[in-house]
Ligand binder design. Structure first.
Ligand code: URA
Length: 237
């Protein structure tokens, strides 16, 4: 059991800042287990209490959806005998929720990783049929060109002959070794292999968005927060 202040629970839920949460609470818009609560300093257990803000349930006791800013050097796995996994860096109360990563990022890739215990949701996000866009920020060893962008749009053929779906390459004009790549599938080491096939190996890779869900800039590496219901919808919009 972990008790947290009501204003912190609401701001962790991603729908308001801490001060906005306090205003929502004092204005009587927050209901906990059927009762209006107007004190921000009261503490509740998010695993056992149902909290709603303006009529929207904040926490589902059944499924959890966590946005993690994955740090470098951690595996996107639930367990590993030798190496640290993304679950190892979460607090024990979340560890107990039987979360798993939605898709994988390489050990040295950072950024947006969703953790959930909802298998149907995981399938919907990762299924190649849904073609959910994943946007990555990269730096590469050499400059990208307009010709590279055209090839990405046509569908890159990887060095082993695998054909990729059309993808979007946005080149930073001020620094053409830097930019963004959006892909609509999830092949193994896909972005690294796409850039390698153009002779422009990756130096660093960070996922910044899944669908229209953008990595929260307030999260430092290794930090996480709950994803709200509205944000879940943004993934599929
Ligand atoms: N593409 C890669 O090459 N690596 C990742 O981690 C994600 C996408």
């Amino acid at each position: 059991m972990s008790l947290l202040r009501l204003d912190k629970i609401i701001s962790d839920g991603g729908i308001a800042t801490r001060s906005e949460a306090r205003k929502l609470i004092t204005s009587g818009k927050v209901i906990v287990d059927g009762n209006i609560v107007t004190r921000s300093d009261l503490k509740f257990d998010t695993e056992t209490s149902e909290i709603s803000v303006d009529g929207d349930i904040l926490n589902s006791t059944k499924y959890r959806y966590i946005m993690l800013n994955k740090p470098d050097g951690v595996l996107s796995a639930t367990e590993d005998r030798e190496q640290k996994t993304v679950l190892d860096i979460l607090p024990p109360e979340l560890y107990r929720m039987k979360l798993f990563p939605v898709g994988r990022l390489d050990k040295d890739t950072t950024g947006l990783l969703i953790l959930t215990n909802d298998g149907d949701f995981c399938h919907a996000v990762t299924s190649p049929k849904r073609r959910i866009k994943k946007r990555y920020e990269f730096t590469s060893e050499s400059a990208l060109t307009a010709e590279d962008a055209e090839e990405f749009l046509m569908g890159i053929t990887l060095r082993d002959g695998t054909k990729c779906l059309p993808a979007e390459l946005e080149i930073d004009l001020a620094d053409p070794c830097h930019g963004y790549i959006s892909v609509f599938e999830g092949k193994y080491h896909q972005v690294k292999r796409m850039l390698a096939s153009r002779g422009k190996p990756v130096i660093s890779l960070k996922r910044v968005a899944i669908g229209n869900l953008v990595l929260d800039k307030a999260l430092g590496f290794g930090e996480y927060r709950e994803i709200s219901e509205n944000e879940i919808k943004q993934i599929f919009n």
